[in-house]
Design a protein. Sequence first.
Length: 115
Amino acid sequence: MTPTKTPPDFFDMVYQVVRLIPKGRVTSYGAIAKYLGAASSSRLVGYAMNGAHSQKPKVPAHRVVNRQGLLTGKHHFASPNLMQQLLEKEGIKIKNDQIVHFEKYFWDPQKELAL
DNA sequence: CGATTGACGTACG
DNA sequence: TCGTACGCCAATC
């Protein structure tokens, strides 16, 4: 219905990219936004994650952190420590809610996907 | 329908 | 280096 409806393709794109994040890697909202061509709309990426858990294929939102490598969205998970647990489970070290060697685990879609 | 908020990032002082 | 302001777009009140 509502053929004039404007589907949030941007949100869907975000989910797709997040699913492409390899295990043991992390990325930032801005990186995804830039990859989608919306570097200025980095907030939309975070907002998209808001409905990530609502998506059918579960979106590994725990692999998405802010530019500082800080687990800013951990409070949005089922449990605030769940995000850290998942990351640590993948071999990522976290200190004070911040990813250690974040730059080392950083996964840039623009670079990895090399479009 | 208007105003506010938000899982960010960059710019400016 | 740190703090504040702005932008961007959608969802919510």
